[in-house]
Design a protein around this ligand. Structure first.
Ligand code: ZN
Length: 182
């Protein structure tokens, strides 16, 4: 099989997959501040929801009929990747397939990759080891593959009136770690 020229491959890639121009970082803080994990976030995103709570389909449809702002179940978890601590070690989870647009940042899902650092970083700083794993295993390969730089790394708060990925999550520190691990 003849190999396509590089520029043509990139063109096909951008048409078949998505044109990815940024990486958006999140934390998993929930309204009730409970400890969450990949499984819980997946369940939440794929359930009927109202004001941060999971509903049955019957209840969801009833509230929807009453004109309430109910969220219908998504087809998958909203993030493309998650980084989580389990028993003192950090692991990367693959979430929504990369070629599907995510459900994490209003107005930016079409052109971004959404990465969630599981935890509440309004309350404490994200552990250095967690940031390093996220940089090395996820953000560095992603920006390399999609021809991006550390300037293309954003926090959810850059696009919404939220603190996400957390008041104590310093994006400049994270970008520095990304640069060190390139
Ligand atoms: Zn967020």
């Amino acid at each position: 099989m003849m190999l396509m020229p590089y520029w043509l491959r990139m063109y096909v890639l951008s048409k078949q997959i998505r044109l990815i121009t940024k990486v958006i970082v999140h934390h998993s803080l929930t309204a009730d501040g409970k400890v969450v994990n990949y499984k819980a976030i997946l369940k939440y995103h794929t359930s009927w929801r109202y004001k941060g709570r999971i509903l049955t389909e019957t209840k969801g449809r009833k509230l929807l009929a009453e004109g309430k702002k109910v969220t219908k179940p998504w087809r998958d978890i909203g993030y493309h990747f998650l980084i989580e601590e389990i028993a003192g070690s950090y692991y990367v989870f693959v979430g929504r397939p990369l070629h599907w647009e995510g459900g994490h940042t209003k107005g930016q899902n079409e052109t971004s990759i959404g990465i969630c650092f599981v935890g509440n970083y309004d309350a404490c700083k994200p552990p250095k080891e967690m940031l390093k794993l996220g940089a090395k295993r996820l953000v560095v390969p992603m920006i390399t593959m999609f021809g991006l730089t550390t300037d293309d790394i954003y926090g959810h708060r850059d696009f919404a009136r939220k603190s996400c990925p957390g008041e104590k999550f310093d994006l400049d520190t994270f970008k520095k770690i990304v640069k060190e691990n390139k």
